[in-house]
Design a protein around this ligand. Structure first.
Ligand SMILES: [Zn+2]
Length: 409
């Protein structure tokens, strides 16, 4: 799949993810590393890790198998896929290696097509769902870079379903269901669904009959699902039409986050086949789909939507432990250790970091706080304070920790 560029995010707004990302120490950039090449600080990396784990688990439950493939490949690979012809202006220039040239990959699709054909395939294996969270690269001009929304190295949540033509509609439906579930878990909303069709110009692979069939399949699924959508000419991938799920950032700019695409083109270019029940060779269809698309764009959108107050399961720190005084410090440290061992992200805000009020204010975005005073130390019971303001009744510390663990989709 090919992620699309978006409008230039220049002006700052209240929840601008670049401003919040800096203030909350989620990510950064350095001219020495280069524009459009952000690094992730521990708190940002924790959010990204939770998000990637959510996606992998959702894919595993939906029958996807994960692979890893290299971040670059020989120029010939992208010539066969059609990227070289249709997409080269967005690709990094090739690197000469002796007698061959290698290129940072502009998408994961060609690698997955090659993995599909690396062994004989039977109709019994279809639909074969292959997923990867991996980097791809886009040669953005430096003048349009900023934050996490226009980057040169993109961590893509990609998958390709190799299937029969009569399985495509179900796979598209399934992918739209995963997208809906993910948005609910992430607390984000789609601005609109867009059916992206080819426009004028030489960017698109020419085969009117294949385009018509792919298009009809997407319309069929959208119509029967009752999803309201708009058609957009000129937004298709070069190899096929797609359903794009659009989100809007804090400044009102729209971008594609998720996408489902039907592709008859690359299976032909890579001469993919499987043996049917009739014992003959057949060509599979490729459904490309991304639940959260680019991880960078998804996290930017999460930062802006939640203003840094992430849902508990995504939060960089889920529990902040605040001892009232140094007397409770050993118990507070033990509580943090216990929380970490259970799989929570927990931190200590010790008395040397300021008054209780100052420590509470500094940790206001953390989903749960636990204040440890003499009573808590003596009884081993905790009264969790969610960031929403209420006080939960005192309960054994273990129960309190498990309550936080359970606060997830
Ligand atoms: Zn793809």
């Amino acid at each position: 799949m090919v992620a699309r560029p978006s409008p230039d995010p220049r002006e700052t707004t209240v929840n601008d993810h670049r401003k919040l990302g800096r203030e909350l120490r989620l990510f950064g950039t350095d001219p020495l590393i280069g524009a459009g090449l952000p690094y992730w600080l521990p708190d940002g990396a924790a959010v990204r890790h939770a998000l990637e784990e959510y996606v992998r688990e959702a894919e595993r439950r939906a029958g996807y198998r994960h692979v890893y493939s290299p971040v670059l490949g020989k120029r010939e690979l992208y010539e066969i896929s059609g990227h070289w012809e249709h997409y080269s202006e967005d690709m990094f220039p090739p690197m000469d290696l002796g007698t061959e040239q290698v290129v940072l990959r502009p998408s994961l699709c060609p690698h997955h097509a090659v993995i599909f054909r690396s062994q004989g395939r039977s109709y019994r294996e279809l639909p074969l769902r292959m997923a990867e969270l991996g980097p791809m690269f886009r040669a953005e001009l430096s003048g349009v870079l900023g934050g996490l929304t226009r980057v040169r190295s993109i961590q893509l949540n990609d998958a390709h379903v190799f299937c029969r033509l009569d399985q495509v509609a179900d796979e598209v439906r399934g992918a739209l269901g995963m997208i809906r579930d993910a948005y609910r878990a992430l607390g984000i909303g789609a601005a609109r669904y867009r059916l992206s069709l080819p426009g004028e110009g030489g960017k698109y692979v020419k085969d009117p009959e294949l385009w018509r069939r792919a298009n009809a399949l997407l319309v069929e699924v959208l119509e029967e699902s009752g999803i309201r959508y708009e058609r957009a000419d000129g937004e298709a991938a070069f190899y096929g039409p797609k359903i794009d799920v659009q989100v809007v950032d804090s400044a009102g700019r729209e971008a594609t986050l998720s996408t489902v695409q039907v592709d008859f083109h690359q299976p032909a270019r890579f001469d993919l086949s499987y043996i049917g029940a009739d014992g003959r060779r057949h060509r599979p269809v490729m459904v490309h789909r991304a639940v959260i698309g680019s991880v960078e764009r998804a996290v930017a959108h999460l930062i802006e939507t939640h203003g840094g107050a992430f849902p508990t399961w995504l939060a960089p720190v889920q529990l902040l432990v605040l001892p009232l005084s140094d007397a409770q410090l050993p118990d507070a440290e033990a509580l943090v250790s216990r929380a970490l061992a259970l799989g929570l992200r927990a931190e200590l805000a010790a008395p040397d970091q300021g008054t209780l009020g100052a420590r509470v204010r500094a940790g206001r975005l953390v989903p749960y706080r636990a204040v440890l005073g003499p009573a808590e130390s003596a009884t081993g019971r905790l009264s969790l304070r969610p960031r929403t303001g209420e006080h939960l009744p005192a309960e054994p510390a273990e129960d309190a920790l498990r309550r936080i663990l359970a606060d997830r989709p």
